[in-house]
Design a protein around this ligand. Structure first.
Ligand code: SF4
Ligand code: SF4
Length: 140
């Protein structure tokens, strides 16, 4: 599928560049994907930057006065991209192993000790692993 087909499929030329999708986007607020810029990129035939920073929350689609499904555009772009960047794959495997996206640092451990808290063990990821295994999680 090329950019022209994506533009047509999702009727992206209805975009009036109002920025409502970006105002609603939690990722844009933290330096991630900028959905209104991404829509213009696709219309212009260019692959947008940072599509893997999209959280798939659909707030952009709900905010769009032109009823453009911006989140669906993100999903389509991911499907036609070259693949998931390595850093996200690493994070996914860490969640599988530990139930956490970020492991507690030594500093966190020391702060917990200072506060009289017990050490932060790995989260109980058994239930998560059961679901992922059932869905065919790709073990390496
Ligand atoms: S679905 Fe993605 S682009 Fe849309 S608001 Fe959520 S994070 Fe932003
Ligand atoms: S909210 Fe809709 S019309 Fe406005 S910039 Fe985003 S995609 Fe375009």
């Amino acid at each position: 599928m090329d950019f022209g087909e994506i533009t047509e499929l999702l009727d992206l030329k209805r975009c009036v560049s109002c920025g409502a999708c970006t105002d609603a986007c939690p990722s844009a607020r933290h330096g991630g994907i900028v959905p209104d810029v991404a829509v213009v990129s696709v219309i212009d035939g260019k692959f947008p930057e940072r599509i893997w920073d999209c959280l798939m929350c659909h707030r952009c689609s709900m905010a769009c006065p032109q009823e453009i499904d911006v989140a669906e555009m993100m999903a389509v772009l991911r499907n036609v991209s070259d693949g998931i960047p390595e850093r996200y794959v690493r994070t996914a495997f860490q969640v599988y192993r530990t139930g956490r996206t970020v492991s507690p640092s030594r500093r966190t451990a020391s702060q917990r000790e200072d506060l009289g808290l017990s050490p932060a063990d790995d989260a109980d990821a058994d239930a998560l692993r059961r679901v992922l295994d059932r869905e065919g999680w790709p073990h390496d």
